[in-house]
Design a protein around this ligand. Structure first.
Ligand code: JFZ
Length: 369
């Protein structure tokens, strides 16, 4: 067939064209602000193992305390989130002015927080609660007009002998068949996640480690085959994702090329830790939101629900305050582009939209109060 130019294409053909990266990114760029939810079995020990504090982020407790697979699996029997309420979680996000939710469908501990048929190591089969919170969230998100997205740990899986990360139960690295794990766990679970819960906004892959470029590409293509509009995070590895993520609470020094997001904690952990009370102030959180928007970066702010399924009240309080601010000032964040000038201003930050500049004063010029 002769090569046709773009303009020669009939409108119907154009409409049928698979969405490209720019189409996929449209809602995400517009959103600017989302909710990260780190929720899993780690909410049970909540940072404490054998009566001792385990330093570091809560969802890493299995690794940090070198908890054997069998011991850790027993904790699932204590995950009974009777207070979980999907509508309430989505309401909290919506009230905060967040446009998407990224929830841990499977973190490094390998435990699926949805009804997975790949193994019994999931919230429906291994907990006394026995329900699928993701199904309830999908429904609540659809109703509220919030995009549901999934975090999925594709390289590290401390429960799987062939995956990366667990050297305390599976020390022999030579024996590990990573390709087998990808074929038999990762792909089937992605298939479930992308076929059972309606349209998904993005898959937040993480810690690519030793994954090959071919494997990263394969995963990205697999996601796009199942849901062409679903974004793939940069941490799928080898720079093949639709956008990139910075480190925790990281603020770039200026405008950045490409599409970026900063995931951030409200205290010092992602997964719930009973003793972490180091909550950031509303002012700090808002400054981060504005600062990131002025650099064209999305803000993905985390909450770590408890084993009962409750988002910690100090988080809710702060999110409500951010929501109040956004209700008045949302226009200056949502759908905006970065500061057009190649310098920062002493008194605050600038965002822009359709020929308008938005000046965010963090202090009065000249240092006046
Ligand atoms: C990863 C996870 O290991 C962690 O548990 C959490 O889910 C977080 C959101 O993501 O941790 C990282 C990974 C990469 C960076 C920082 C934290 N990084 O590139 O700076």
């Amino acid at each position: 067939m002769a090569k046709r130019t773009r303009t020669a294409r009939k409108p119907a053909e154009v409409a049928r064209k698979r969405p490209g990266k720019q189409d996929r990114l449209k809602w995400w760029r517009e959103a600017r602000f989302g909710m990260f939810i780190h929720w899993g079995v780690y909410a049970v020990p909540a940072g404490i193992w054998n009566g001792k504090d385990v330093p570091g982020i809560g969802e890493w407790i299995m690794n940090r305390a070198r908890i054997p697979v069998e011991e850790y699996a027993k904790l699932a029997k204590k995950l009974n989130p009777v207070k979980f309420n999907a509508t309430e979680w989505v309401r909290i996000a919506k009230r905060a002015g967040m446009k998407y939710i990224v929830i841990t469908s499977k973190h490094h501990d390998g435990f699926a927080m949805y009804d997975s048929k790949v193994s019994d190591y999931d919230i429906v089969d291994a907990t006394p609660w026995g329900k699928d919170p993701i199904a309830a969230l999908a429904k609540a998100c659809r109703k509220a007009g919030i995009k549901l997205c999934f975090y999925y740990s594709q390289s590290q899986d401390w429960h799987d002998p062939d995956a990366m990360g667990n050297r305390w139960d599976f020390p022999d690295e030579e024996k590990k068949d990573f390709a087998k794990y990808i074929e038999e766990k990762v792909k089937p679970q992605l298939h479930e996640l992308l076929t059972q819960y309606g349209p998904i906004g993005l898959i937040w892959f993480d810690t690519p480690q030793r994954i090959t470029r071919a494997q990263s590409l394969m995963l990205k293509r697999y996601v796009h085959k199942l849901q062409p509009k679903c974004l793939v995070s940069g941490r799928v590895g080898h720079g093949v994702g639709d956008y990139d993520s910075m480190g925790d609470n990281m603020i770039p020094a200026g405008r950045v090329k490409g599409e970026w997001e900063t995931p951030a904690t409200i205290n010092d952990t992602w997964g719930f830790k009973a003793r972490d009370k180091n909550w950031k102030s509303v002012e700090t959180l808002l400054h981060l939101l504005v600062d990131l928007a002025s650099k064209g970066v999305n803000y993905l702010l985390n909450v770590g629900p408890t084993r009962l399924g409750v988002i910690p009240p100090p988080s809710v309080k702060r999110l409500d305050e951010i929501g109040k601010w956004l209700k008045v000032n949302g226009e200056a964040i949502r759908g905006t582009g970065p500061n057009p000038f190649p310098y920062e201003l002493d008194w605050g930050r600038i965002t822009q939209k359709r020929g308008k500049l938005y000046l965010h004063f963090m202090k009065w010029p000249g240092g006046k109060k």
